[in-house]
Every structure is written in structure tokens, then in C-alpha cells.
Ligand binder design. Structure first.
Ligand SMILES: [Mn+2]
Length: 386
């Protein structure tokens, strides 16, 4: 008999990549209780949920969750964004699930709201701050999973959990407090919310590759109510012909140096810039490769590069700073990244961008970057075949 089998916990003890054990239910913050009190205080009011930047699935689904929870207190919610969602996937989420996002324009009237919240952003200031203050709109909640700033927002509820892979996981915790028996898989509103949050979770954690135990726990809570068909449609990847061409270039032009791959995608339009990290991800999938650097020239103005690694020893931030150094003009590093798996760089072409011979400019850029890359990893350019 295993004595441990007697100790049944409602939390499956999943092991995170960093070895941290799952948190226990009792260790939770009592944030939902706090939110409940606040919603009660503003019962029947109008709530403005602000999304910063181009709305992504994590932010959108969290706004939807706040709207849903607020509705239990007769609170009307408006989801406000300053920019349109950028990717096809994000637009598909909004469209498929019929999520109503209001896009800010000059005439937007904040005076109809009694409270506002910000979700899934490090930034707690907005261009509406002055109007919100003048209109007496109260800062209700600030909920986020990015790193905490030194100065705290003056919201009535501040819930910042940098140890979470997504804000959606935090909102799922609120939902599981509100619905201890789980969401109803027969209720269309529950299904819609669960599907949106699952997409938020998946997209912020690279489909659970970067999940923490809390994200897995949130997914387990949502799973019974998720509409998998809709989720699949939302997540369908759509690649523009421009991005496909970049993949082709990246594959054809790749240079393999042991576990490193160096490649480039050519001249690309600003609208296709996202294809550079995608090409790097693609090459990283090659067997035996753990580190990839891909660059392209964007809008004939800058050399943009993307760095991906699964190596245990390479720190992308250190690597990019060491490899590219500091711009003599601005005194700032050309690139940087996180300490774990990714980074990027941007180098202005400057006067080289004015040259007539685009091929020559490209060769120069490529040679310069590749040479310093190889020098940095301790190789000469002609020993790649050995
Ligand atoms: Mn997020």
C-alpha cells in the first residue's frame, strides 16, 4: 500500500519545467472574493474593460471573463481597444465567438461608465486617464501576469501574478471560485467563454509548452465546456503568400553549423515582418538543431532578426547583446531577448539603404551578420563542412 494514495488532492500535482510543484488550492489569493465585493458595490453600473495595444487572445478572453462575471451583478461591460487585433487568429476569435470590441475614437464618451479595468498588460496608464479621472470613473481592477512594476496602479483590486503563463489562468481561478462545480457545457455563454479562455491560455503559453501548473489547472477547469470545433477553426493558421515565400527562402538558404542554423529570408515588407520569427520557429524544428538565427531586410530600412533556442546553456539576451553589441549612434544594444528561449534584433541599414544595388546591400548585410555570428560561436566561415 502506498500511503500517498490516501492523500487525495483536488489539484493534480503537475511538474513544471522549472521543477516547481503545483500550488495548492488553499494557497490561492482571495482575489475573486475581493472582486465580488467590488462588483456588489458597483452593482448595476457600467464597466469599461480596456485592452492595451493590439488585442491578443489572452487579453480578449480575460475581458470577456470580466464581462461575464460582472453580468452576475447586473454590470454592463464595454470592451475597449485602441488598436485592431493584428493576427488572423485574433480576428477569427473575435468574429467566431461574436465578441463585441469597441474601438476607440475621439468622440468616445467615458462618462457613461462608473468603473474601468485593465487586463493582460503591464501598462496601467492609458490615453484616457485624464478623461476617466474627470468623469469620476473608478479604477476597479488591474489583472495581469507580466512582471510587476515598481509603481503600483491605483486600482481597487490589483492582481499581478508573474508566475502565471497567461492572464486567462488567473480569470479561470476567479471562475472556479464563482462556479465551484465547473462551467455548464450546455450553456452557450459558458461554452463561448471557456473556448475563448482556452484559446487565450493556448496562445500565451505556445500551446502549453510554456505553461505553469496554474495554466494546466485552468485548462482542466475549462476543458469540459470548450467547443473544440470552434477552437480548431480559430487556431487555423493562415499564412500569406509573402510569409510562405519567406519560409521557402529560410529553408533553401539555411546554413547548418552543428546544432546551430543560420538563415535569411530576403527583402520583406513590413506587413510580413512576423514571418521572420515564424521562419526561425520552423527551422528550430529540424532534428539535431537547438539554436536558430534568421534575419531579413524589412522595408529596405532595417535588418530584422529573430533568435530561437532550446539549448540549456544559451541565454538569448546575453547571446544577442554579446554577438551584436551596441549601436555607436544610440549607445543602445541592437538586440536582446529573454533568458530562456527567444530574442530579436533590429539594425538600421542607414545610408546603405540608399544604395542602388539591392543585391549588394543584401550580401553585405548577410556577410557581416554571419561573420560576427560565427566568430561569436567560435567558428570560421569555411569550416562549416567539417
Ligand atoms: Mn498574456
Amino acid at each position: 500500500m502506498n500511503p500517498d494514495s490516501e492523500i487525495k488532492s483536488s489539484v493534480v500535482p503537475l511538474k513544471a519545467s522549472n521543477g516547481a510543484a503545483a500550488h495548492s488550492v488553499s494557497g490561492r489569493k482571495a482575489c475573486y472574493a475581493e472582486l465580488q465585493k467590488l462588483f456588489e458595490k458597483y452593482r448595476g453600473g457600467n464597466h469599461l474593460v480596456i485592452l492595451q495595444g493590439a488585442p491578443d487572445p489572452d487579453a480578449i478572453s480575460c475581458a470577456l471573463a470580466l464581462e461575464f462575471l460582472g453580468a452576475r451583478f447586473e454590470i454592463e461591460t464595454t470592451i475597449l481597444a485602441f488598436q485592431l487585433p493584428s493576427h488572423h487568429e485574433n480576428r477569427a476569435l473575435v468574429k467566431r465567438l461574436g465578441i463585441n470590441i469597441v474601438y476607440w475614437e475621439e468622440g468616445f464618451d467615458v462618462n457613461q461608465y462608473s468603473i474601468y479595468s485593465i487586463v493582460d498588460s503591464k501598462r496601467f496608464t492609458t490615453k484616457l486617464d485624464k478623461r476617466l479621472e474627470e468623469g469620476g470613473v473608478q479604477f476597479l481592477a488591474f489583472i495581469d501576469h507580466h512582471r510587476e512594476d515598481a509603481t503600483a496602479p491605483n486600482a481597487q483590486l490589483i492582481d499581478i501574478r508573474p508566475q502565471y503563463g497567461s492572464t486567462a489562468a488567473i480569470l479561470c481561478e476567479y471562475l472556479s471560485d464563482a462556479f465551484p462545480k465547473g462551467l455548464e457545457s450546455t450553456d452557450p455563454d459558458h461554452v463561448r467563454l471557456a473556448t475563448a479562455l482556452m484559446h487565450g491560455l493556448r496562445s500565451d503559453t505556445s500551446t502549453f509548452l510554456r505553461s505553469t501548473p496554474m495554466d494546466y489547472e485552468a485548462a482542466a477547469f475549462l476543458a469540459p465546456s470548450v467547443d473544440h470545433r470552434t477552437l480548431k477553426m480559430i487556431e487555423r493558421k493562415v499564412l500569406t503568400s509573402g510569409v510562405l515565400g519567406m519560409f521557402e527562402n529560410a529553408l533553401v538558404r539555411k546554413r547548418v553549423h552543428d546544432n546551430f542554423i543560420f538563415s535569411d529570408v530576403g527583402y520583406v515588407r513590413g506587413a510580413d515582418r512576423d514571418g521572420i520569427p515564424q521562419a526561425a520557429e520552423l527551422l528550430l524544428a529540424r532534428e539535431g538543431t537547438d539554436t536558430v538565427l534568421v534575419f531579413g531586410i524589412v522595408d529596405e530600412k532595417t535588418i530584422d532578426g529573430s533568435f530561437r533556442t532550446t539549448s540549456e546553456t544559451i541565454n538569448p539576451d546575453e547571446f544577442l547583446k554579446g554577438f551584436l553589441g551596441v549601436s555607436p549612434e544610440s549607445g543602445e544594444y541592437y538586440g536582446g531577448g529573454n533568458i530562456r528561449d527567444k530574442g530579436g534584433f533590429q539594425i538600421p541599414l542607414g545610408f546603405l539603404g540608399l544604395f542602388e544595388d539591392k543585391n549588394q546591400v543584401y550580401s553585405m548585410a548577410k556577410e557581416t551578420i554571419e561573420k560576427s555570428f560565427l566568430a561569436y560561436i567560435g567558428k570560421a566561415i569555411n569550416d562549416e563542412e567539417n
